[in-house]
Design a protein around this ligand. Structure first.
Ligand code: AMP
Length: 461
């Protein structure tokens, strides 16, 4: 999970400022590092560093990034890759001039491609898929950059939403299954590409449409052209975008993320009947589902837990020890809402179970009468190999324990998950085609070395 942004303006040299604002809106997709590359038509300039967009960029830095074309990236690290050297975008000189690239997603054949390139003498400076893709583009047997990008894209397996730029043009390209999102917008005098539509509205751009699976969009000074290099018939967008990743104000694949979460909540209320006095969301990820649940069930919604908004997402910290520390400083209970009450706690998902165990413990310390944990997604049983960076299967609580064991480990009086059918119903048309490998173990792009689904210890569905 990362965020990408690109902008091409016709007249104004304001790409850096647009990209800065776009990345600001996409900050929830990755907080480890960020970077911007811009072009003034003749040269590319770049700056990237560890930290949040607001920490890394200021007026002075943005002024040193001149030009009307720009791309940017917010990075969510893979375990063991937390270093500025892996920050994106990546910039290189090639036969097509200078080319910069930023990637959201993960390739499942990265090792194979990297070995092949290394056997040809290519050396790598980073551990990123982007460097592999850049090399494939540079090596393509054509003098035409657009053709080279397509030739490179056809060798990639897995998930990718890419923004690519040269001195003169901006390219957006999405994998043939459309696992990771990318959308296109229009400003007064140009076009914008972004992982999520919330970044378009932030820069005052009008949403045009999603870049389609297997589509490449090339934006030049005269407008944009679209090429289909690999459409395979259906969109396999990651269903977890609707559950957790995407910002609620984004529209993705024609669905409002917020309204989808409300429907998930109301679906939960249809599936689960618990006599409780109050519905409390785990902030902020459980808020919309809890609202939907409260509306459908008639149980009052209360903000029983307040999040310190200046603490980043706990999950994002690379080590378990740091994550645990993060959880403690992040949440504070509103005692009068909770004390002595039968509480339904709604969270978007349980992955390792660390976060919800802490939250349940917090409620117990306040002195709730009962706490019932309702999870607004099905049991998370299989690792994601397409850019979500969840831990391996051994760390996924629902892959290793029965429902009762999970309840005992996390500590609520009861625990319930959304059914897979209920999720499809809430997401609506096309849901059953989406990538939901984390809930089913069925991977739309085969994972080298991954065991077939029936070898999973799924005891909790
Ligand atoms: P845990 O069960 O402690 O591993 O963390 C689950 C919580 O982290 C959920 O409530 C989500 O809010 C959030 N979360 C779920 N999946 C991810 C992910 N892949 N990356 C970051 N945060 C996540």
């Amino acid at each position: 999970m990362c965020g990408v942004f690109g902008v091409s303006l016709t007249n104004r040299n304001e790409a850096a400022r647009y990209t800065f604002l776009g990345l600001y809106a996409l900050q929830h997709r990755g907080q480890e590092s960020c970077g911007i590359v811009t072009s003034d038509g003749e040269a590319l300039a770049t700056y990237k560093a560890m930290g949040l967009v607001s920490e890394v960029f200021n007026d002075e830095r943005l002024l040193r990034l001149p030009g009307r074309i720009g791309i940017g990236h917010v990075r969510y690290p893979r375990p063991g890759q937390s270093s500025v050297i892996n920050a994106l975008p990546l910039l290189a000189r090639s036969r097509y001039g200078k080319v910069a690239i930023a990637h959201d997603g993960s390739l499942v054949n990265a090792d194979e491609l990297s070995e092949k390139l290394q056997a040809q003498g290519v050396i790598f400076q980073t551990a990123t898929d982007s460097e592999i893709i850049l090399n494939l583009i540079a090596q393509a047997d054509t003098t035409d950059l657009e053709q080279a990008v397509i030739m490179a894209a056809r060798q990639l397996q897995g998930a990718f939403a890419l923004v690519i730029m040269t001195e003169q043009c901006l390219i957006g390209i999405r994998d043939p299954l459309g696992i990771r999102p990318l959308c296109l917008g229009k400003t007064e005098d140009g076009y914008v590409l972004a992982s999520e539509s919330c970044a378009l509205s932030t820069v005052g751009a009008e949403f045009i449409r999603d870049v389609l699976p297997g589509e490449m969009i090339v934006i030049g000074s005269q407008g944009f052209n679209s090429y289909y290099y690999g459409w395979h018939g259906e969109e396999n967008l990651c269903i977890f975008e609707y559950i957790y990743f995407a910002r609620p104000d984004s529209i993705m694949s024609n669905r409002s993320v917020y309204q989808t979460r409300l429907r998930i909540g109301s679906q939960l209320a249809k599936e689960i009947n618990i006599a409780a006095e109050v519905v409390v969301p785990a902030p902020d990820s459980g808020v919309a589902a809890a609202l939907g649940f409260a509306k459908e069930s008639g149980i009052p919604f209360e903000l029983g837990l307040i999040k310190n908004r200046y603490v980043g997402r706990t999950f994002i910290q690379p080590t378990q020890a740091m994550r645990e520390l993060g959880v403690k400083i992040k949440l504070n209970p509103v005692n009068p809402v909770l004390k002595g009450k039968k509480v339904i706690l709604i969270d978007d998902s349980v992955v390792r179970g660390t976060t919800s165990a802490k939250t349940v413990q917090l409620l117990r310390e306040v002195g709730v009468a009962e706490v019932h944990l309702i999870v607004a997604s099905p049991p998370y049983i299989s690792p994601c190999y397409y850019g979500i960076n969840t831990s391996g299967k051994s760390e996924l609580i629902a892959a290793n324990y029965s429902l009762d064991e999970i309840r005992a480990k996390i500590g609520p009086d009861s625990i319930s998950f959304l059914s897979l059918d209920g999720l499809y119903r809430a997401v609506g048309n096309g849901a059953a085609q989406m990538c939901r490998a984390c809930f089913t173990g069925e991977y739309p792009v085969p994972i080298p070395g991954e065991k077939p689904n029936d070898e999973y210890k799924v005891r909790c569905v």
